[in-house]
Design a protein around this ligand. Structure first.
Ligand code: CAA
Length: 398
């Protein structure tokens, strides 16, 4: 049985900040953010580009480019750590905005940046358990969506970002067939990164979070490797809060494999292609690993067809999973049809003052009346936007 990722699509906010501009405004050498952290640009979500709107726009693009239709969806899971409601899941909003069938399991998954992976692995189990038996072709929709926010002027500020990655999971995957039953898990109760209920911005113990990530990688990779230590991985995508973290991860893993000496050379070959899109968008939390996968496929699907790749997902708090899959024959043609990177082409560079104004407006956005959020000229006809609140309910354009 083959199960895996059939198609993918991205959505990013229209505005982005050059990290060199942010460095200048904060009195820091640009090299610290651009080379030191490995991020060139970070996406900045305006109030109307909330996690629901980003998720819906990614999923709508997925249907438009993949040939799949909302009527085929039997399971819809949204992974997020920036939910818009303590009770109503983003998946329920998507159900309405996308016109998904009533015969559909719909829910949201949270575990920091791991929520999307929880959704993906849950969807694989759902298919493997026989959910498709006897039904018309039905597939799963998994959407990772987040707006990553740290305090202005904090060390985390240059590692923000925003965006959504939508994926179809099916028994006829056109991109990556996952290695079923081969996965390494890790969990530990740590306080590395968290967001108390009354805050929009995350709190983080930055350097400790890096150590927790690396411990989790060692645990999850070790568990994945145990049954067949000689399994070769042509490429590996790591969770990417910022590009340098993936480099640290790869070095750590090479040390475990006893190939420290070739860590930096193999990073260029095995990891760097997955960091092109993340370096232009920043941290998208639950979607970060899948943005890295999109980057890898966008750049190298043709040479990777038939090759095995590794995937490492980390969620602070913490839990992690190392898993793997094979890029399927024909993936390059599917990637071309999906035009994965196209949403990044139509963006507008923000000044630091504009970014700070967006952050201030964002503070009140969850209570803003309908009609006060969408700036004049925003392309409402083409994108789904958060419009504000009416009778205590969030309203979206469609
Ligand atoms: N030119 C080039 N490089 C420079 C430089 C310059 N002028 N100045 C500094 N650098 C380098 C440093 O040497 C350092 O590189 P190494 O890590 O290789 O040593 C790098 O730039 C960063 O410098 P600092 O460590 O001094 O930076 P910092 O202390 O200000 O903050 C951080 C770094 C802790 C990662 C901070 O950005 C942060 O807290 N980020 C949020 C937390 C995070 O992303 N954690 C990752 C693991 S947890 C996770 O993955 C979940 C998640 O998504 C959040």
């Amino acid at each position: 049985m083959r199960i895996g990722i059939d198609a993918m699509a991205l959505a990013v906010p229209r505005g982005y900040l050059e990290l060199a501009d942010l460095a200048e405004a904060r009195g820091v050498a640009a090299g610290k953010f651009v080379e030191g952290l490995g991020v060139r640009r970070m996406a900045v979500a305006a109030a109307h580009e909330d996690p629901v709107a980003l998720a819906a726009n990614a999923a709508r693009r997925l249907f438009a480019r993949s040939g799949r239709s909302p009527s085929e969806i039997g399971l819809c899971v949204v992974g997020t750590e920036t939910a818009v409601d303590h009770s109503k899941p983003i998946a329920a909003y998507l159900h309405g905005l996308l016109g998904l069938p009533e015969r559909c399991r719909v829910f949201e998954a949270k575990h920091a940046c791991f929520g999307g992976t929880a959704g993906l692995l849950g969807a694989v189990d759902w298919i493997a358990a026989g959910a498709l038996a006897g039904s018309s072709p039905r597939v799963a929709l998994v959407v990772c969506t987040d707006v990553a926010r740290y305090g202005i002027g904090t060390p985390g500020e240059p590692t923000q970002g925003a965006g959504a990655v939508a994926m179809i999971v099916s028994a006829e995957p056109r991109l990556v067939a996952l290695d079923l039953g081969r996965s390494g898990s890790f969990a530990r109760d740590v306080h590395d990164f968290w967001r108390p209920l009354d805050r929009k911005e995350a709190l983080v113990d930055g350097h400790y979070s890096v150590a927790c990530y690396l411990d989790a990688l060692a645990g999850a990779f070790g568990a994945w490797r145990e049954p067949a230590p000689s399994t070769e991985l042509a490429r590996t995508c790591y969770h990417v809060p910022y590009g340098k973290m993936a480099k640290k991860a790869h070095r750590h893993r090479c040390a475990i494999e006893g190939r420290e000496a070739e860590a930096d050379a193999s990073f260029e070959r095995e990891v760097a292609p997955s960091l092109v899109l993340p370096s232009l968008v920043g941290n998208v939390y639950t979607g970060s690993l899948y943005l890295a996968l999109a980057s890898l496929l966008d750049g190298e699907a043709r040479i990777l067809e038939g090759e095995r790749i590794g995937l490492f997902s980390y969620g602070s708090g913490c839990t992690a999973e190392f898993f793997s899959g094979v890029v399927v024959a024909g993936a390059a043609r599917t990637v071309e049809e999906l035009a994965l990177a196209a949403p990044l082409a139509d963006r507008a560079r923000l000044t630091v003052a504009e970014y700070e104004a967006i952050r201030r407006a964002d503070e009140a956005a969850d209570r803003a009346p309908v009609g006060t959020l969408v700036p004049p000229g925003a392309a409402l006809a083409q994108t789904i936007s958060y419009l504000g609140v009416e009778d205590g309910k969030r309203i979206y354009s469609n």
